[in-house]
Design a binder for this molecule. Structure first.
Ligand SMILES: CC(C)(COP(=O)(O)OP(=O)(O)OC[C@H]1O[C@@H](n2cnc3c(N)ncnc32)[C@H](O)[C@@H]1OP(=O)(O)O)[C@@H](O)C(=O)NCCC(=O)NCCS
Length: 187
């Protein structure tokens, strides 16, 4: 629903085009501050790290570990299942919802990018932007440096090769590699 009184923040959460307002900027700054505190913790500070991550994220399943440094746009839009492992350098632009299943492995420097800008030059100059949700199925392995583009869903057990750029949905139980990521075989 796009009511006339809908706030830009609600438009963002609903996956519609929006312009960043002070309210949205505040949410992002809050997430960035929290993320900086998490990234500055000693590696041994497991309990306090989990507490701060729980405050930051939409959900953090039991046994899920995220190594520092990490970056989130909003944090509250990212939902992790249980027993996931995320290695150094994770970037998650969660303008739209990011849903990560159970037992997902995310290698170093993976980027999940829900955010996008209009192709139309004037709309872009006018600062309209939007996000489309990303969904990563149970037991997926994203190789180092993989980039997942806005709106993509990856099915359970699928492996994405290092350095791949995933621009379209991938089904469950395949290996996909390259830019753009193409299926090389079924598992
Ligand atoms: C995808 C991967 C898992 C290999 O899977 P595999 O089933 O053993 O695939 P193969 O090695 O048989 O390769 C199949 C084809 O894909 C190509 N390929 C494999 N990995 C690729 C990659 N990351 N990017 C581009 N092409 C790749 C191979 O060259 C081969 O092509 P060919 O048939 O033309 O020779 C592995 O290459 C990979 O990328 N691993 C990620 C490692 C990583 O990120 N580690 C970080 C710690 S978690």
């Amino acid at each position: 629903m796009t009511g006339p009184g809908k706030s830009m923040r609600q438009r963002m959460l609903d996956g519609e085009l929006y312009i960043v307002t002070e309210e949205i900027e505040r949410d992002s700054l809050h997430a960035q501050d929290l993320t900086r505190r998490i990234n500055a913790l000693p590696a041994s500070a497991g309990e306090i790290k989990r507490k701060l991550l729980t405050e930051l994220l939409g959900a953090l399943g039991e046994g899920t570990e995220i190594r520092a440094p990490m970056q989130f746009d909003y944090g509250c839009q990212t939902f992790f299942g249980a027993r996931c492992f995320v290695n150094f350098g994770f970037v998650c632009l969660d303008v739209a919802r990011v849903t990560i299943g159970d037992d997902v492995l995310i290698a170093t420097n993976v980027q999940l990018l829900t955010a996008w800008h209009p192709i139309d030059p004037q709309a872009r100059r006018d600062k309209w932007e939007a996000g489309s949700p990303i969904t990563i199925g149970d037991n997926v392995w994203l190789g180092g440096g993989a980039i997942v583009c806005p709106g993509v869903t990856i099915g359970a057990n699928t492996v994405v090769g290092a350095g791949s750029v995933v621009v379209k949905d991938l089904p469950a139980n395949v290996i996909a590699v390259g830019n753009p990521a193409r299926i090389v075989r079924e598992i």
